[in-house]
Write a protein that binds this ligand. Structure first.
Ligand SMILES: [Zn+2]
Length: 376
């Protein structure tokens, strides 16, 4: 047999190729296990988000250091409740409004902010997008007040009704909507043809004066993107209209600005998280986020191991009251977040949290409005 022998040069080339293959396999393996160093993950994240045209219109590799524009996010300390303000330039979004009374009671009485006064103090007049994540009082309690007091352009909500007939805050929300100029946009999982068929069926059974017409702008679906100035906000949930637990019907939003991502989860629980993961895999949408508003006030009913490892946040924000009757937050989700390297901020400890994204960087101002509130 005349066996071919490699020359020294050929041996060197094969050694280099073998090393490259091993390194690529190692990178792929660590990436799949979520064990990559942070610097490498950033590159991976940019690639992933860049591939999803509907999800991230911001091209990767842009230098934001010279940009004047910024995104401000206020996680208000409304006790055992959620209310989050996002402002980019002139564009304003308010996600949830705290409990009933949070917009009208005084800080000194409740030791919480007066939401409507706080919004006015921050110079908010027009709210382009008001998001009702789900119909529980700690998220929608003061929504009627906000609709009555501010120029609210669009209201996003799902079609789930609150448990209990006597949900006064919800009745006030519906009547505030009816007397406002706000455009109500409802969640749907149905296709256009399915909606048209339902409308035709409804119209066939009511007098002509009560018949309704179809307007595509009245509906939103998972995957839709809301433009908030230069920020883009992708709707990731609800993925069903018939969840057993109302918390799972929460509207979940991925906010993207200057390459920074913030995931707002409402009270979405383990079932919704699993559906979000499935949707993200089917659509090539990365769930990686720099900041996570932790689901359901830090309850163990949310924040599964797989969800947290996919989101892998640098910062986690838990909106929760001191000594609340639910005993929240639970230990497991907080330990899980810390094990994944997240810095955890809780409103019960630090009060109001202001976050700013500018020049592609995140900064936090904890307890930002405390002095103003003390002065009142
Ligand atoms: Zn809640």
């Amino acid at each position: 047999m005349n066996r071919k022998r490699f020359s020294k040069g050929e041996k060197f080339v094969w050694t280099v190729i073998t090393c490259l293959v091993v390194l690529l396999l190692l990178y792929w393996g660590l990436n799949e296990l979520g064990l990559l160093p942070e610097a490498l993950i950033t590159t991976e994240n940019e690639n992933l988000t860049g591939t999803s045209e509907s999800s991230n219109p911001i091209p990767a590799n842009i230098d934001y250091s010279q940009s004047d524009s910024k995104l401000e996010i206020y996680f208000f300390d409304v006790g055992q409740a959620d209310s989050i303000l996002l402002r980019q330039g002139e564009a304003v979004m308010l996600v949830d409004t705290g409990n009933a009374g949070d917009a009208e009671t005084s800080y000194k009485v409740t030791n919480k902010i007066n939401l409507s006064h706080e919004l006015q103090r921050l110079g908010v007049k027009r709210i382009n997008y008001l998001i009702a994540t789900h119909p529980h009082e700690d998220h929608m309690g003061s929504m009627y007040k906000i609709i009555n007091l501010f120029d609210v352009e669009n209201v996003y909500a799902n079609n789930i009704l609150p448990e209990g007939e006597q949900a006064g805050y919800y009745k006030r929300f519906v009547s505030a909507l009816e007397t406002s100029n706000s455009h109500f946009i409802a969640h749907t999982n149905l296709s256009e043809n399915e909606i048209l068929a339902k409308i035709a069926e409804y119209n066939a059974n009511v007098p002509e004066s009560q018949q309704v017409s179809y307007n595509p702008a009245d509906y939103f679906r998972v995957g839709d993107v809301i433009g908030l100035g230069e920020a883009s906000i992708t709707i990731l949930a609800p993925n069903s209209s018939s969840y057993y637990d109302t918390n799972d019907s929460s509207i979940v939003l991925m906010v993207e600005f200057q390459g920074v991502r913030i995931l707002l989860t409402g009270d979405a629980g383990l079932t919704s998280e699993a559906d979000i993961i499935q949707w993200s895999r089917m659509n090539g949408f990365s769930l990686k986020a720099d900041v996570l508003k932790v689901g359901h006030h830090g309850s163990r009913t949310a924040s599964s191991e797989v969800f947290i490892s996919l989101v892998n946040p640098k910062y986690a924000i838990v909106m929760v009251a001191e000594s609340n009757s639910y005993g929240l937050p639970d230990e497991e989700p907080i330990e899980r977040l810390e094990r994944h390297g997240a810095t955890v901020y809780m409103t019960k400890d630090v009060g109001d949290i202001k976050m700013v994204v500018q020049n592609g960087q995140i900064s936090f101002d904890l307890g930002f409005s405390h002095e103003e509130k003390e002065a009142k």
